[in-house]
Design a protein around this ligand. Structure first.
Ligand code: NAG
Length: 224
């Protein structure tokens, strides 16, 4: 009797094995087909989002936030307008922390001036966004030029808003901003370098071709 039930159990396992395995494989195959049809992994936009995440060194848990950040207001109701406000605030908070950390006696006028230099649409934020190629990623309406400073800048800021929301706090988004914006070279250092250029221009007449209205963000890095 004991032996019989043992053999019965064995037979049952064998039967179960051969009936269940093919079904598991079948449902696996079905999932693959489902994934191929419904997951937008191969669209150019999704590919661009993958590349962008590699460029900035951050992988989104919810990539939908990055999709939204790369969607201009002209494209759809679901767009990056609110995210870009958050992103702008993340950038300004992080910059304020750094500037005050370096110099607690900085005047409110200087602080404001430096903050506006960092987030100026015409220079800093557009060139950072262009360097990442956001003008080629951001979705806009057919009539909208995606290379205009306003479009590039809102996408750039929205990206940091999206990161902050994805993580649930602003600190890491600020760090990623500094990596993208130009490593740990603070604005103060960039301005010192700019002043050095002015000094060079003023003391070496052969260098007088250098423009006086240089933007600190567009200058090459100082030689270490
Ligand atoms: C789009 O905007 C950029 C930057 O303002 C400009 O250089 C370019 O000529 C514009 N392209 C078109 C097709 O209008």
């Amino acid at each position: 009797m004991k032996m019989y039930s043992g053999r019965f159990a064995f037979t049952l396992s064998v039967i179960l094995f051969f009936t269940i395995i093919p079904n598991i494989q079948k449902s696996h195959a079905a999932n693959e087909v489902h994934d191929r049809i419904f997951k937008p992994t191969s669209s150019p936009f999704s590919t661009a989002l993958e590349t962008l995440q590699k460029q900035i060194g951050y992988n989104f848990q919810n990539v939908g936030l990055l999709r939204r950040a790369m969607t201009h207001g002209s494209f759809s109701e679901e767009n990056n307008r609110a995210l870009s406000i958050l992103g702008g605030n993340v950038i300004e908070t992080s910059a304020s922390l750094r500037l005050l950390g370096k110099d607690i006696d900085i005047s409110s006028k200087d602080l404001n001036r430096r903050l506006s230099e960092i987030s100026k649409v015409e220079s800093s934020c557009t060139s950072d966004g262009m360097r990442l190629g956001l003008q080629k990623v951001v979705r806009v309406s057919p009539k909208t030029n995606s290379s205009t400073p306003g479009v590039v800048c809102s996408a750039f800021r929205a990206m940091f808003g999206a990161i902050a929301l994805d993580i649930g706090k602003a600190d890491d988004a600020g760090d990623i901003f500094w990596n993208v914006h130009g490593g740990d070279v603070g604005v103060g250092d960039a301005l010192a370098w700019k002043n050095e250029c002015y000094w060079l221009v003023n003391t070496h007449s052969e260098l007088s071709f250098m423009p006086y209205n240089l933007n600190a963000d567009e200058l090459p890095s100082p030689i270490a």
